[in-house]
Write a protein that binds this ligand. Structure first.
Ligand code: CA
Length: 223
């Protein structure tokens, strides 16, 4: 399962490979273009979900790439600005970029920003709600109900339950959960996962919903 294809336009290999590795971990497919011409060619050849666009490029600059993309496509564009340069940000947004992020940024920050842009510009999927037994998780409202009663989950608890419910019937390892829910927060360990699972079970009052699979991880089941 892929989260979509991201066109990464960045001429610095060190930044590009870091971002690429992080996006691939998050199940995005990444096409890397190191200059504007390659970026525009890639846009014609592939179904792109989002463009991450650096301003400083060796041929045409990111602003010009943005302008040319907008002549042919409404694909979301997130610009990378070298510093916290107000004129760069304003210019990018005026040319039709959807958002920007200033270098240096952490990959986690970048992915969070990308997702926020996608949520804003893409229509909500019909399956924003996942149901398992009498537990309903509403991703767009970030709400969970059990038998119609709202349950108060913290952010990480919600994300953990969402991932388990999306993969219901499948065993999900603690490492996968760490990766998907905690990302690069290295302080989190597998013990954190166990603690959060226990909290979610207790709050839902449906201990049978999340099964412990000995030696493997967890599995959400309808009961
Ligand atoms: Ca650059």
């Amino acid at each position: 399962m892929t989260s979509g294809t991201i066109l990464l336009v960045e001429d610095e290999p060190s930044i590009a490979s870091l971002v690429r590795a992080y996006l691939e971990r998050d199940s995005y497919k990444v096409i890397w273009a190191s200059n504007g011409a390659d970026a525009l060619a890639a846009l014609d050849r592939h179904q792109i979900r989002m463009v991450i666009l650096d301003i400083g490029l060796p041929d045409i600059d990111g602003f010009e790439v943005c302008r040319r993309i907008r002549r042919r496509s409404q694909v979301p564009i997130l610009m990378l600005t070298a510093r916290d340069e107000e004129p760069d940000r304003v210019a990018g947004l005026e040319l039709g970029a959807d958002d920007y992020i200033s270098k240096p940024f952490s990959p986690r920050e970048l992915v969070a920003r990308m997702k926020a842009v996608m949520r804003r510009v893409e229509p909500q999927p019909i399956d924003a709600k996942v149901t398992l037994g009498d537990v309903v998780l509403d991703r767009s409202a970030r709400e969970v109900t059990v038998a119609g009663e709202l349950v108060d989950l913290r952010s990480k608890e919600f994300d953990l339950l969402a991932f388990l419910m999306d993969n219901h019937g499948l065993v999900v390892s603690r490492d996968q959960l760490l990766d998907r829910v905690w990302g690069l927060e290295f302080a989190a360990g597998t013990r954190t996962v166990d603690v959060h699972v226990a909290q979610v079970r207790a709050k839902l009052g449906r201990p049978e919903l999340i099964r412990t699979i000995r030696g493997s991880g967890y599995k959400a089941v309808a009961g």
